[in-house]
Design a protein around this ligand. Structure first.
Ligand code: SAM
Ligand code: SF4
Length: 366
């Protein structure tokens, strides 16, 4: 590509935003489809996008290459469920080649794990070393209820195969009020006994999930205090650079992460970009602002117009998410009629539906 030649000649120009943050991490959604229908994420009857609207594998690779040329060092493949995408290992093979040249430091995957047993070895062969598996419960019935029809044995088989192939597995669980609170101690024991870290994610107003978030929302700020009655939680000095804040559980030696988007204290160091399966670039997890890259990709082989769009989008990256900005305002003006926790929940629930729909396209996971 002409553009790549130009970059080789003058050196890469990093993606620095208006607040001095450099984007080095790309979450790339490869499909809007999924074999499950988690209640907090999708409705039961989803209408997925026509295939022509989704970037093909070559387009996904080309776009990744453009980002890598601008200094992206880590790519996480996500969805929808990335492993349902036909021939997805071809993309991993193409991206894995950038690991070999040293242009990319890490290639990772977030998956629901149902197809992981089929792909674990191939993922390892293409250079993947860590995967995040989403699992909100250890109970088969509850798993089925949350995912609407998922079989938890598939996920257990996937985790086992991943570990056997040499992949490091982290479990992500969306924290919910009720049964989850009763089960979390067992999840900590289960994951840590198998050498897996566990990250708890606060439910966000994303996607097409149709359940009542007022019923399910569990504040992790509060829940962490509850957990500390049963476990010795030792804060880690070093942050992962991402949205999770980790503690070491002294009793197990394993790590426990908390992703609390409402407090969003990670915005100041955010190095992330997201691209949806349709080629829309989102520079912030909670903002609907996006820049479409697909048309520029399809209209010509010249990468420069795509590159220019990326530069413009990154320059406009917001300082923080609307969750954070509204929460900060609330913190400042907090009255007595509701608890701060309730106020924060209302922020979560009322952040615009349009933002939710925009996020749905990438299934913006933390
Ligand atoms: N299908 C894959 C999976 O489930 O891991 C990848 C995409 S999924 C959207 C990525 C992550 O987002 C999962 O860990 C999922 O639990 C989380 N997620 C989905 N909807 C969410 C929501 N409304 N709030 C918080 N996390 C959510
Ligand atoms: Fe599918 Fe992942 Fe959404 Fe569950 S969270 S419905 S597995 S995309």
């Amino acid at each position: 590509m002409r553009h790549e030649r130009a970059i080789r000649e003058v050196g890469p120009c990093p993606l620095v935003d208006g607040f001095g943050r450099t984007a080095t991490y790309l979450r790339l959604s490869v499909t809007d489809r999924c074999d499950l229908r988690c209640t907090y994420c999708m409705s039961e009857n989803m209408t997925f996008l026509p295939r022509r609207e989704i970037l093909d594998l070559e387009e996904l690779e080309r776009l990744s290459r453009i980002f890598i040329a601008r200094g992206v060092r880590k790519i996480r493949i996500t969805g929808g469920e990335p492993l349902v995408r036909k021939n997805i290992m071809t993309l991993f093979a193409m991206l894995g080649a950038h690991l070999e040249t040293g242009a990319l430091d890490e290639l990772t995957l977030t998956t629901n794990g149902t197809l992981l047993d089929r792909y674990a070895e191939a993922l390892f062969a293409h250079g993947v070393r860590r995967v995040n598996v989403s699992l909100d419960t250890l109970d088969p019935e509850r798993y089925r209820a949350i995912t609407r029809w998922g079989r938890i044995e598939r996920v257990f088989a996937g985790i086992e195969a991943a570990q056997a192939a040499g992949l490091r597995v982290k479990i992500n669980a969306v924290a919910m009020r009720g049964a989850f609170e009763q089960e979390v101690d067992e999840m900590i024991r289960f994951t840590h006994a198998r050498g897996m870290d566990l990250t708890l994610i606060e439910e966000m107003p994303l996607g097409d999930g149709q359940h009542d978030r007022r019923e399910s929302f569990l504040s992790l700020l509060k829940f962490r205090e509850t957990l500390s009655k049963n476990w010795t939680l030792e804060p880690l000095a070093v942050s992962s650079g991402g949205p999770a804040r980790y503690v070491r559980v002294a009793e197990t030696g394993g790590l426990l992460g908390f992703i609390t988007p409402l407090s969003c204290d990670f915005c100041a160091t955010c190095n992330r970009l997201r691209v949806s399966a349709t080629g829309d670039l989102f520079t912030c997890m909670g903002n609907e602002g996006r820049v479409g890259l697909r048309d520029a990709l399809r209209v010509s082989d010249d990468d420069r117009p795509v590159d220019a769009l990326i530069s413009r989008a990154v320059a406009m990256k917001p300082e923080g998410t609307p969750f954070r900005l509204q929460t900060t305002t609330l913190m400042a003006s907090h009255g007595r009629c509701r608890s701060l926790e309730d106020e924060m929940l209302i922020v979560a629930l009322t952040v615009s539906d349009r933002a939710s729909r925009a996020n749905m396209k990438t299934k913006a996971a933390p």
